[in-house]
Design a binder for this molecule. Structure first.
Ligand code: HEM
Length: 377
């Protein structure tokens, strides 16, 4: 499954093939912000970021967006799923207490979410099968044939991959994995990035984006290459606010000694990337948001520099780094390009509640609400 995703679904070439989808979804959101800004109406940025990433992932993975009631149902389902992934289940740690999840309703909630997801994804697979009978799926953006993830997965149907047969069940599990791994994480980092843009950083970022944009009315993906400060802002955001602070639990494969401690094979290993990102041994002024620290530094988040591993590292590291960073860079650049941002009711930075939510990903407990003011230049 990992090799299918790395080689066929999340490869550079396929990510590039969805450029028009990202640019179109970004432009739609910017239009929405523009109309809210004309009446100085507050914008729920958290909701907007979630919708944007959800729409992009839906179009890329499933071939279309899910709007209206089914879209709202899908978003609710996804939030509940991500919350359940992070819930403490006592039976995972003390097996003889596994019955507790039957009594406290956790198991029933999990069954309900699993069933609803299964029904939804079953519908998606059926829709694609019907489409395949009709002919190639043509993308709405540029009129060319566009293969979404489900189409690509169909190529592998019935094939045996590393000893296991890839069929309907594998499809659905895979799609669920992409949604669980890709949407919440991506929008959470946008939320934290926007939160951390205190006046000096905002000014510096706007300067870079506006200079590179020149006379252009919006930022396209090819403009991002030169935006070093923007990339530094994203890195600094992921250092301070890794969306999956404890990565994904792992198990040691063999007995090993680490810093004088003997760790037995089969021990659950939890990597605290949140603490690593704030470790004073690795970072100067670790609690401060200083994107400049990355400007003349080769430290990257691709898994080779162990002081910055928000995407994990090694063979099970995240295959969606390019997918996530391209959406985040494009949207953030467009947000600061045309607008100056203020908090509603004259609130100041210090008034923002920084509480975090529960779940496998850590996002803000309360939505980020802001007012966009169209800049005159
Ligand atoms: C800022 C956004 C993202 C962050 C911080 C993030 C982080 C992570 C982390 C920490 C892991 C586990 C790595 C480990 O345990 O070593 C992971 C796995 C994974 N991620 Fe991401 N991710 C992001 C976006 C995405 C996106 C957009 C996709 C796909 C569209 C994606 C797909 C996956 C998949 C499929 C896995 C499982 C890989 C495996 O088990 O081998 N991720 N991600």
């Amino acid at each position: 499954m990992k090799s299918v995703s790395v080689l066929h679904l999340l490869s550079n070439k396929r990510i590039q093939s969805f450029r028009a989808v990202r640019e179109e979804e970004t432009a739609l959101m910017i239009d929405e912000i523009e109309s809210a800004s004309s009446s100085s109406s507050p914008i729920n940025l958290s909701e907007m970021f979630a919708t944007l990433t959800n729409n992009v992932v839906c179009r890329v993975a499933l071939g279309r967006k899910y709007g209206g009631e089914s879209g709202r149902r899908f978003s609710r389902l996804l939030s509940e799923f991500v919350e359940l992934l992070g819930v403490f289940n006592v039976g995972d740690f003390i097996p003889w207490l596994a019955w507790v999840s039957h009594v406290n309703g956790l198991e029933a909630r999990m069954d309900k979410v699993a069933k609803e997801f299964d029904d939804f994804l079953e519908g998606v697979v059926e829709e694609h099968m019907a489409q395949q009978k009709k002919g190639p799926n043509t993308d709405s953006v540029n009129g060319t044939e566009q293969k979404d993830f489900v189409d690509v997965l169909f190529w592998f149907q019935g094939e045996t991959l590393v000893g296991f047969k890839f069929a309907g069940f594998g499809f659905k599990a895979f799609l669920l994995d992409v949604f669980a791994a890709g949407t919440d994480t991506t929008y959470t980092s946008l939320e934290w990035a926007m939160m951390e843009l205190h006046p000096n950083v905002m000014k510096q970022l706007q300067k870079e984006v506006r200079e590179i944009a020149g006379e252009k009315s919006d930022i396209k993906e090819k403009d991002l290459e030169k935006m070093d400060y923007l990339k530094a802002v994203i890195k600094e955001t992921l250092r301070l606010h890794p969306p999956i602070p404890l990565l994904v639990p792992r198990e040691s494969a063999q007995d090993i000694e680490v810093m004088g401690y003997n760790i037995a094979a089969g021990t659950r290993v939890i990597v605290n990337t949140w603490a690593i990102g704030r470790d004073p041994m690795s970072w100067e002024q670790p609690e401060e948001f200083i994107p400049e620290r990355f400007l003349n530094s080769s430290i990257d988040f691709k898994g080779h520099d162990f002081q910055l591993i928000p995407f994990g590292s090694g063979r099970r590291g995240c295959p969606g780094i390019l997918f996530a960073t391209t959406i985040n860079e494009l949207f953030l650049a467009n947000l600061v390009h045309k607008f100056d941002w203020t908090l509603p009711g004259g609130a100041k930075e210090k008034d923002i509640d920084l509480s975090e939510s529960i779940g496998i990903t850590t996002h803000r407990k309360f939505p980020l609400i802001a007012i966009a003011n169209k800049c005159s230049s």
